[in-house]
Design a protein around this ligand. Structure first.
Ligand SMILES: NC(=O)c1ccc[n+]([C@@H]2O[C@H](COP(=O)([O-])OP(=O)(O)OC[C@H]3O[C@@H](n4cnc5c(N)ncnc54)[C@H](O)[C@@H]3O)[C@@H](O)[C@H]2O)c1
Length: 420
């Protein structure tokens, strides 16, 4: 029988609650995952996760070990506790990094130092150099790093990739993408870290569509300019609430991306998102058009149980939903689940394949599976998604320099510089 993989999640916030923990619980009951630990900054979010009624109903009898313990006072911050937790995990299990963007690098480094495979929420890191460093270190140790760009697993994106690469649309030439997250995000924990010096809506969510266009076309971005509109969070911190990015690709194609923390809480949302790509062929043009907000399903509830307390909602059954299944409770479905499962299944496959092997052979085999995933390009890995770090660097450079364009060069060592 295959050996399950223990999973340690660092970060107990929104993404852990809304996607990661339910996905990992499901994989626990299908024997892919063994023990589950979650480490957060303080006990508050962990207590909320344990008490979440929807999760309890879906996964009856399942639980995780909390660090710090939920009996610790909620205001006691323990920013270094994850180091202790990671040190105690048996080698080559999986660590899921789900903390604010600027902490990813340090925690992924620590996980690799503790000989762990990694699944990191996007963006992997904020600097290209760091992505290369992590890729190299992980490969040398035969540790897998998957980056959770879940839009890659949306069926419509997979269909578009295949058909684009079969030449059925022509060459991408002009496109637009949009991702406007809900207004209520402004009053969440975002206000503590989504500040102008650290990130902006283009970097936070625009990167999904930049990655997706690359995923579909294999075209590298070469120039980025981003303009932001600032606002104040309820706690007084200043952040970019809106951003507009313009990305030019290596063939001259242009993608315009608008992002924000501002989709109306009263809207049917729960956010607004889409992708349109015009392409050119011989004497004809081609088109890829995804409405990623309204997927043809509307619900109107008796009580205000929808997003931000709303009654009438557009439902996205494709990303993540809990649904009845043949087993107990409910199971997660959708590309969010598929994306988490792809990396955890890969780690599971790696470790079960190398189980009987001596260390030398085991390392070679692990490295071969990593290279294969890099080349397939379905799961985002540091080697096949590094353009995202370059785009993030270019975007931050541009937004903090009055929207001047930043160039991405791929000659020699790839790098980013302002275009004058
Ligand atoms: N669509 C997506 O792919 C998507 C969606 C949402 C979030 N994310 C990413 O997930 C990450 C987290 O986002 P979120 O919305 O869950 O944020 P959040 O603010 O809700 O939660 C952050 C969590 O990190 C924990 N944390 C902070 N410092 C820590 C430390 N030193 N040790 C242990 N835990 C620590 C906090 O306790 C909190 O539980 C971000 O990188 C974000 O970009 C991705």
């Amino acid at each position: 029988m295959a050996k399950p993989i223990d999973v340690t999640i660092v970060g107990g916030g929104m993404i852990t609650n809304d996607l990661i923990l339910p996905s990992i619980y499901h994989m626990q009951r299908t024997d892919v995952v063994g023990d589950i630990k979650i480490c957060a900054l303080n006990s508050g979010p962990l207590k909320e996760l344990k008490e979440n009624e929807e999760i309890r109903q879906a996964f009856p009898g399942q639980d995780f070990a909390a660090y710090p313990d939920v009996s610790e006072p909620a205001d006691k911050m323990m920013p270094d506790l994850y180091r202790e937790v990671l040190k105690k995990i048996p080698p080559r299990q999986a660590v899921i990094v789900a903390v604010p963007d600027q902490l990813h690098y340090g925690i992924v480094k620590e996980a690799l130092a503790c000989n762990q495979h990694v699944l990191c929420v996007k963006p992997l890191v904020l600097k290209y150099e760091q992505a290369v460093e992590l890729e190299k270190e992980a490969y040398e140790k035969g540790l897998f790093i998957g980056v959770e760009y879940h839009k890659r697993f949306d069926r419509r994106a997979l269909v578009a990739r295949r058909n684009y690469r079969l030449g059925q649309f022509g060459d991408f030439v002009m496109g637009e993408a949009k991702m406007i997250e809900p207004y209520f995000y402004r009053s969440s924990n975002f206000q503590n870290w989504f500040t102008t010096d650290k990130t902006d809506p283009f970097v936070y969510v625009g990167c999904h569509y930049v990655d997706l266009v690359y995923f579909i076309t294999d075209l590298k971005p070469v120039e980025v300019s981003v303009s932001g509109i600032k606002g104040t969070f309820p706690n007084g911190n200043e952040g970019y609430m809106w951003a507009h990015g313009r990305v030019t690709y290596e063939n001259g194609a242009i993608l315009s991306v608008i992002d924000g923390l501002g989709y109306p809480d009263d809207g049917a949302g729960s956010n607004d998102q889409c992708l349109v790509m015009f392409c050119e062929g011989k004497d004809k043009s081609g088109l890829i058009k995804h409405n990623d907000q309204f997927r043809g399903v509307s619900h109107s509830y008796l009580e205000g149980i929808g997003c931000a307390g709303s009654h009438f909602n557009y439902i996205n059954p494709d990303f993540y939903r809990l649904v009845p299944w043949e087993g107990e409770g409910f199971k997660p479905i959708g590309y969010g689940f598929d994306s988490i499962a792809a990396t955890i299944n890969t780690v599971h496959r790696i470790e079960n394949t190398v189980e009987p092997l001596e260390e030398d052979e085991s390392l070679k085999e692990r490295q071969a599976i990593i290279k294969d995933a890099d080349e397939k390009g379905i799961i985002a890995t540091p080697a096949n998604s590094y353009i995202n770090e370059l785009v993030v660097e270019a975007a931050r450079l541009s937004i903090s320099n009055d929207s001047k364009a930043a160039r991405i060069s791929y000659e020699g060592t790839p790098g980013v510089s302002l275009k004058y």
